[in-house]
Design a protein around this ligand. Structure first.
Ligand code: SF4
Length: 171
């Protein structure tokens, strides 16, 4: 956990939402470089323990569609996201296979609205999401169940990248 978060927690600040986190930082005179990054780090540290205790069968993994290989992808878009056809060794496939081998339900999704639909449909006890910071913050604030998240290391809408080791460590 970063020093900023430790300081906030020991000060007893309300950091339950991005908004209260922002106010707490202002009160303490802290100017974080990136409040969204800090917010996701905070959520991960709060949820980590709970997430690890829930069996994979009760958890869902969301992979953003941009981790597919845009030039080769043969996946078909369905009501539950992209159905991977295992056409190459793209990062989306590697994460999907790892997650499924551990017993998770894994979805390759085009955006946040499908994430919320899938959560409503399958009612998982926790979720793990990969995405750009903006989408992770929206999901973290609205998902309503324990969530872990990893930010893309290169974002954009196509051919993005992510640190696979970080993901596998959480799974
Ligand atoms: S392996 Fe799956 S997700 Fe990746 S490019 Fe091929 S069909 Fe698309």
């Amino acid at each position: 956990m970063s020093k900023i978060l430790q300081k906030l927690i020991s000060a007893g600040a309300d950091i339950s939402t991005r908004k209260t986190l922002k106010s707490a930082l202002r009160v303490l005179g802290i100017k974080p470089e990136n409040i969204d990054k800090l917010y996701i780090e905070l959520k991960n540290s709060i949820n980590e323990d709970m997430f690890s205790k829930i069996p994979p069968k009760d958890k869902v993994v969301f992979i953003p569609q941009c981790l597919r290989n845009s030039k080769r992808c043969k996946a078909k878009l369905t009501g539950l996201g992209y159905k991977c056809m295992s056409c190459c060794r793209c990062r989306a496939r590697k994460i999907r296979e790892k997650g499924e081998s551990l017993g998770y339900r894994v979805f390759i999704v085009p955006g946040d609205s499908m994430v919320f639909n899938i959560v409503r449909k399958f009612k998982p006890k926790a979720v793990f999401g990969i995405g750009c910071l903006k989408e992770l913050v929206i999901a973290a604030e609205e998902i309503g169940i324990p969530a872990m998240a990893v930010e893309l290391s290169k974002d954009g809408c196509v051919d993005t990248t992510v640190n696979l080791e970080k993901i596998f460590e959480i799974l």
